[in-house]
Design a protein around this ligand. Structure first.
Ligand SMILES: CC(C)(COP(=O)(O)OP(=O)(O)OC[C@H]1O[C@@H](n2cnc3c(N)ncnc32)[C@H](O)[C@@H]1OP(=O)(O)O)[C@@H](O)C(=O)NCCC(=O)NCCS
Length: 159
């Protein structure tokens, strides 16, 4: 992952995701490229996932942000990026994929519930951050932790 500016623009254009600084996206590319991914169609950036291995959970990859450009949605781009991450050498040992989802984000919930179904495993859903945890609580939803697993990435090799 090399292009922090294009990722920043894609995140901004979703109109839904928290827009972090361009510097944050550059750092993700610098330090978390083993677990993060972009998708391109004809050289255009259409998708992005930032993810990392939480230091306190050695069997888990945490998916931070997922964004697919409007024109690319509903075509399996996000699902394909999730598969790409769990197939990375850095994720060979993981058994769980964690993420948080805003309770009104139907597309995001469908993505992660669908991914659990495709892996043939469970998803537990429990509130992680309450609305009052956010200083911008008037516009920010709570965040529900989706924990998908257990699964073995070796059972899902690329075609
Ligand atoms: C959420 C998002 C990443 C999904 O990307 P995508 O490439 O369209 O997703 P996929 O095509 O891989 O679809 C995965 C599943 O979700 C379902 N889905 C996708 N968009 C949906 C929607 N708007 N409403 C309901 N279901 C939806 C698909 O039908 C598919 O279901 P299946 O597993 O039963 O086949 C995309 O809509 C997006 O970028 N939204 C704005 C940013 C955002 O909300 N990010 C997630 C926050 S964590």
């Amino acid at each position: 992952m090399v292009d922090g500016t294009r990722i920043w623009e894609l995140v901004r254009d979703t109109g839904v995701l928290d827009v972090n600084s361009a510097y944050a996206y550059l750092l993700l590319g610098e330090h978390f490229s083993d677990t993060s991914v972009v998708a391109e169609i004809d050289g255009e950036l259409v998708g992005f996932i930032s993810a990392y291995l939480p230091p306190s959970k050695d069997d888990t990859v945490f998916v931070w942000q997922v964004g697919v450009a409007e024109a690319g949605r509903g075509k399996g781009v996000a699902t394909g990026m999730l598969y790409d991450i769990i197939r990375r050498p850095a994720c060979g040992h993981i058994r769980y994929l964690d993420t948080t989802v805003g309770p009104s984000n139907e597309a995001s919930m469908a993505l992660f519930r669908g991914f659990a179904r495709k892996l043939g495993t469970q998803v537990s859903e429990n509130e992680l951050f309450k609305v009052e945890h956010f200083p911008d609580y008037e516009t920010h939803e709570s965040e529900v932790l989706f924990r998908i697993g257990p699964f073995d990435p070796a059972d899902f090799p690329a075609d």
